[in-house]
Design a protein around this ligand. Structure first.
Ligand code: ZN
Ligand code: ZN
Length: 130
């Protein structure tokens, strides 16, 4: 037996309200509790239901369902697509975060090392001139 998609309810800013709109109507909300925006559960362009949790018989998935950016029927971007895409692009890679954290801990050492390097360079350069 194959599965089927439940419907997802999302606020206009892209906060997912529920991925089981049909199965668990108790999670439906008129407004988003995070930002107060209106919620929708169907494409505003073609009225196709937003794809939510993929329901399969005898399978319980604990993974969250990702909020889609485009309608799977008409292909139009949902109102939150731009916002979520920007957020996706702003994600800083873990190694940069680590580097920033490390730099924060060692800021004084780094500044002193740079200062020493610059001063030495200037002295060496001055000596070379003479
Ligand atoms: Zn919201
Ligand atoms: Zn659509």
């Amino acid at each position: 037996m194959s599965g089927h998609f439940d419907t997802m309810q999302v606020c206009l800013k892209g906060h997912q309200i529920t991925a089981r709109y049909t199965k668990s109507p108790q999670f439906r909300q008129e407004r988003c509790e995070k930002c107060g925006a209106k919620t929708i559960n169907a494409c505003q362009n073609c009225n196709a239901p937003i794809r939510g949790y993929y329901e399969r018989p005898n399978v319980i998935s604990l993974c969250g369902t990702e909020t889609p950016l485009y309608c799977h029927v008409c292909g139009k971007a949902y109102p939150w697509a731009t916002r979520l895409k920007i957020r996706e692009n702003l994600k800083i890679p873990a190694w940069i975060k680590k580097a920033i954290k490390w730099a924060g801990h060692n800021l004084v050492t780094i500044i002193i090392s740079i200062a020493i390097t610059v001063i030495s360079a200037v002295i060496i350069w001055n000596l070379g001139i003479k």
